[in-house]
Write a protein that binds this ligand. Structure first.
Ligand code: EPU
Length: 338
């Protein structure tokens, strides 16, 4: 177990923002997670559980305990139906797991290639891209209950997954330390190519029916072309969630903005890409102080160098106001603002 006092969080947030915490604890197995839970109980200080910090905006020093899982490990079990159950430590890097599955011929995660972050976060925030979400693969989540140190497990259903959402973000917030996530992968490859420009990107390379490895490579290329590399430019991926509006609102906007991109979500309503709205407001590529809007994907806010959390807060609040004024729609951060 690693246990540091007055620790810098710079290496633990991809926005590249300097902030410190009172205590930082990293656990490597279930017993250490239980010990960390005990420390949290005794200290009675505020708690922040982080993964790779790829979905985090720090606006101040944190006067409490930051916990991080460094639990590694992958155990695969073949089911009678040929499908694979893959149990992964919550501290494994998500994209390493996708690469491993593609290499082994276990299918279903290809569209989630190159999403930053770790296995634990995949289960907390239901990461998603190109029409696939972690919830489509998650079979069960194992965790340590902080209040008791008990080892518990939850089925996919119990986690109540929704768009970038689960019970771990609400009533279970700061109650559990995720230790392992088991994904169900398929032994047969049925690619999901319908979202965005996947099909056209494959066609541009002369590929009509991709292998899983080709699909992964294409997704990686699409993401690399649009999204800034956090090792070069601090960012936290999509900063805002895409709002889902009722059909009446969509129809009013569609009449006003013919060609507005949108995704029909059935009974839930219609999803409007926040990136498109932000671009329409003239923010794409613009900066406010040391924070800016990425010039190739307006949903992504970037650290232009030396930004503080508050620089990013000033920018995101201005964007929210402008989108509300132009479209009458409220957009909300997807990142965890501390
Ligand atoms: N668009 C614009 N201008 C922009 C950005 C987007 O007009 O600056 C339009 C695009 O042309 C497209 C639509 O908006 O018609 C959607 O854009 P895109 O496919 O790039 O995806 P997104 O809705 O902006 C979501 C996820 C991403 C995920 C992509 C691909 C959220 C909050 N974000 O972004 O996830 O990679 O779809 O599936 O749902 C993340 O969560 O960090 C993330 C990167």
């Amino acid at each position: 177990m690693k246990d540091f006092l007055d620790h810098s969080l710079l290496a633990h947030n991809t926005f590249g923002i300097e902030a410190r915490c009172h205590r930082f604890i990293e656990f490597y197995n279930i017993e250490e997670a239980q010990a960390a839970a005990g420390i949290v109980r005794e200290a009675g200080l505020p708690l922040l559980i982080v993964g790779e910090g790829s979905n985090l905006l720090l606006t101040r020093d944190f006067s409490g305990i930051v916990l991080h899982s460094a639990i590694k490990g992958r155990e695969a079990t073949k089911q009678a139906d040929g499908n694979i159950m893959l149990r992964c430590g919550s501290g494994e890097t998500w994209d390493d797991i996708v690469a491993y599955c593609v290499e082994k011929g276990w299918y279903g995660s290809e569209n989630l290639s190159l999403i930053p972050g770790e296995v634990g976060a995949s289960a907390v925030q239901n990461i998603g891209a190109y029409g696939v979400e972690a919830k489509d693969l998650i079979y069960k989540v194992e965790a340590v209950e902080i209040a008791t140190g008990r080892v518990v497990e939850f089925s996919n259903k119990e986690c109540r997954y929704a768009y970038r959402d689960s019970r771990f973000k609400h009533e279970w917030k700061n109650r559990y330390l995720v230790t392992y996530v088991t994904y169900r992968l398929s032994s047969s490859f049925t690619p999901d190519l319908d979202y965005g420009n996947i099909r056209s990107s494959l066609e541009a390379e002369g590929i009509a029916v991709p292998t899983a490895s080709q699909l992964r490579q294409t997704i990686v290329k699409i993401r690399e072309a649009k999204l800034p590399d956090p090792r070069v430019t601090g960012n936290a991926g999509s900063f805002f969630m895409n709002p889902i509006v009722v059909r009446d609102v969509y129809e009013r906007l569609a009449a006003q903005y013919p060609g507005m991109p949108h995704y029909d979500m059935g009974e839930a309503g219609v999803k409007i890409p926040a990136g498109w709205m932000i671009e329409q407001c003239g923010w794409k590529g613009r900066s406010l102080g040391r924070a800016g809007v990425h010039d190739r994907q307006a949903l992504v806010l970037v650290n232009k160098g030396g930004a503080t959390g508050n620089d990013v807060v000033c920018l995101y609040k201005r964007i929210i106001e402008d989108v509300k004024a132009k479209f009458g729609i409220d957009i909300h951060p997807e990142v965890n603002v501390i």
